[in-house]
Design a protein around this ligand. Structure first.
Ligand code: EPU
Length: 353
């Protein structure tokens, strides 16, 4: 295991921000992490556990140690007539896991096709797209407690999942290193094509779903048509979270904008939905943040090296050479104008580092 110094992170964050880390170390096997816990670099520095760097904004150089999860391996660990339990190591690329599962004909991960990032980050952020979230299939999360190097297995419930949220972003932030995630997938057809944009695409193109692979391919097509490829235009997917309001707030906005899109969210499979609703109280109506930003006139706007994507205003982009501070400055301007126009305070989906 090698500790690299003054490491250039440009290729390690999908925003393509040029920033450095004081130290970086790659974890290729579990023993590497246990060895790392004993090093002075580890003991004397703040740490950041990193997967694909697809959900963060580097606002300055990182004055600490970056621990890069490169643990690899995907295997079926158990099955019965209806289900299969797949264990994927934290450093696996998320989409490789999706491809593995759809090639075998399993159902459950196909709606999360082409989500960037790694398996280890999927429970932290509770990644979600097209009517599905990681929490719907995560069975267990295996992690190492950095305090005593002991292994802990979290059940789905113990992960305290919420919308783009989990215990690993809150109470246990930075306290556990995620080794592997076990997913419970279905062998029987279990399609979830209720998400409006997906349903419309299927109807318009007269497409029929025969397999989970069909869903994965179609969602990949939709994503590629809407979202910028970070290899070409730096970005971290949705920069902000969507907004949830109560009926009074919706009616207030509707008076001025009768065309406001809104969605009453329900989640088919998750046992945790009641928890989520409790958390949100009466605020269960989603108003797409992309729409709020668009109505404030930001869609497609460029300010210096940064801008708001032309096809999806939830996505901020780096046209090249942007600093994290520039991106943040644009984000703050957007937050202010949405607040002034709608009285709604946007929150970030990306993590500021
Ligand atoms: N819309 C606009 N303007 C836009 C884009 C969208 O008004 O520029 C409105 C439209 O009414 C559209 C609605 O927003 O029907 C929803 O748009 P979309 O289906 O693109 O989804 P989203 O709510 O904007 C969320 C996730 C995405 C995920 C998509 C698809 C969040 C923060 N974002 O975006 O996740 O891919 O749904 O399920 O929840 C990510 O987390 O990085 C991410 C890309």
């Amino acid at each position: 295991m090698q500790t690299l110094k003054d490491f250039d992170l440009t290729d390690y964050n999908t925003f393509g921000i040029n920033a450095k880390a004081k130290f970086l170390v790659e974890i290729n096997k579990e023993a590497d992490f246990l060895e790392l816990l004993e090093t002075t670099e580890y003991k004397n520095n703040q740490k950041l556990f990193l997967g694909g760097g697809s959900n963060m904004l580097l606002v300055k150089d990182f004055d600490g140690l970056i621990v890069l999860n490169k643990l690899k391996g995907i295997e079926i660990i158990k099955e019965d007539e209806e289900n299969v339990w797949v264990k994927a190591m934290g450093g696996e690329i998320w989409n490789d896991l999706v491809l593995f599962s759809v090639e075998k004909g399993f159902w459950g991960l196909e709606n999360l096709s082409l989500v960037p990032g790694t398996v280890g980050a999927s429970p932290v952020q509770n990644i979600g797209a097209y009517g599905s979230e990681a929490k719907d299939t995560i069975f267990e999360v295996e992690a190492i407690d950095i305090k005593n190097a002991g292994k802990k297995v979290f059940t789905n419930k113990e992960c305290e999942f919420g919308y783009r949220d989990s215990i690993f972003k809150n109470k246990l932030k930075g306290k556990y290193f995620i080794i592997a995630v076990i997913f419970k997938l279905s062998k029987k057809q279990n399609k979830n094509v209720n998400y409006r944009a997906l349903q419309e695409y299927l109807d318009e193109n007269k497409l029929e779903i025969k397999s989970s692979g069909d869903v994965a391919r179609i969602i990949a097509e939709i994503r590629e048509s809407k979202l910028p490829n970070p290899k070409i235009l730096g970005n971290a997917g949705s920069f902000f979270k969507n907004v949830y309001v109560d009926i009074d707030k919706l009616l207030e906005i509707e008076l001025l904008y009768p065309d406001v899109p809104c969605f009453e969210e329900e989640n088919r499979t998750s046992p945790l939905t009641p928890l989520l609703n409790k958390e949100r109280g009466n605020q269960t109506i989603k108003i797409p943040t992309a729409w709020l930003i668009e109505k404030c006139g930001w869609k497609g706007k460029r300010v210096g090296n940064v801008g708001v994507h032309i096809k999806q205003s939830l996505v901020l982009v780096n046209y090249g050479g942007a600093t994290g501070a520039e991106v943040l400055d644009l984000a703050n301007k957007i937050i202010d104008s949405v607040d002034q126009k709608f009285g709604i305070k946007l929150t970030l989906e990306v993590n500021l580092i």
